[in-house]
Design a protein around this ligand. Structure first.
Ligand code: PEP
Length: 251
């Protein structure tokens, strides 16, 4: 799976151009990799319009959701609203939302449950800061984030989720975790899933790596046993790079 987190980038017109350019540059056997683009909310429809016109096998994801279905929650958008327009994935718990918008583990858990109730697959971001890594407690830290996000789920619900391990110190910094560092944490996540929900469920959950992934480092990361794809920030804003990353999944 290769998912692009476009963050707060691109106007409506730029979204149309980038989506079209991704379709034009996509790998020949693109239906064998789950390509997902996650534009800002107001541009979800712009991405859909291009994808639907070209009948392209690319899914559209949102970058945020609120856990209530409707009501007096000014500025928020609910899971049923996203589902109605065809959104099939939604990023939750991104470190930028945790840091700048106060998203807590409990909020991530509520959002996750709301998404599943609307048949939208959550892409749950977890990852440690540099201080946590330096204190060598990153494995416990990340496992606790996963435990909190998945609290109260049964195995069939857990299996529908995607987890993205994104060390905060690697996001947008140009500093990637080594394949071994990424694998260590992704393995720890998969082991936790196996302990809690069984090994079949653990195998079904896709675990992505995110943090300064580019065409130069993607092969080493994807070669790791417990890394099933990538969540891409900067490099997803360039169609050629993003498509090369999707192509790397097919090797
Ligand atoms: C992200 O924000 O999810 C991300 C991985 O960003 P970048 O690829 O730019 O580090």
């Amino acid at each position: 799976m290769m998912a692009g987190n476009w963050k707060m980038n691109n106007t409506w017109a730029e979204t149309v151009v980038l989506t079209q350019s991704i379709i034009n540059n996509a790998p020949d056997d693109w239906d064998e990799v789950d390509m997902v683009v996650c534009p800002p909310l107001v541009n979800l429809k712009a991405a859909f319009s291009v994808i639907e016109f070209d009948k392209a096998p690319i899914a559209v994801g949102a970058q945020n959701v609120y856990w209530e279905d409707s009501g007096a929650f000014t500025g928020e958008v609910s899971a049923p609203m996203l589902a109605e327009i065809g959104v099939s994935y939604c990023i939750i718990g991104h470190s930028e939302r945790r840091e700048y918008f106060g998203e807590t583990d409990e909020m991530v858990n509520r959002k996750l449950k709301a998404l599943l109730a609307s048949n939208i697959a959550p892409i749950v971001c977890v990852g440690e800061s540099l201080a946590v890594r330096d204190s060598q407690t990153h494995i416990d830290f990340v496992r606790n984030q996963v435990r909190a996000a998945f609290a109260g789920l049964d195995a069939s619900e857990a299996a529908k989720c995607v987890i993205s391990y994104e060390p905060v110190w690697a996001i947008g910094t140009g500093r990637t975790a080594t394949p071994e560092q990424a694998q260590e944490v992704c393995f720890a996540i998969r082991s936790l899933l196996a302990d809690e929900w069984g090994s079949d469920t653990a195998e079904q959950v896709r675990i992505l790596y995110g943090g300064s992934v580019n065409v130069g480092n993607v092969d080493g990361l994807l070669a790791q046993q417990d890394i099933d794809g990538g969540l891409i920030g900067g490099a997803s804003l360039d169609a050629t790079s993003f498509c090369a990353l999707a192509q790397a999944c097919l090797k």
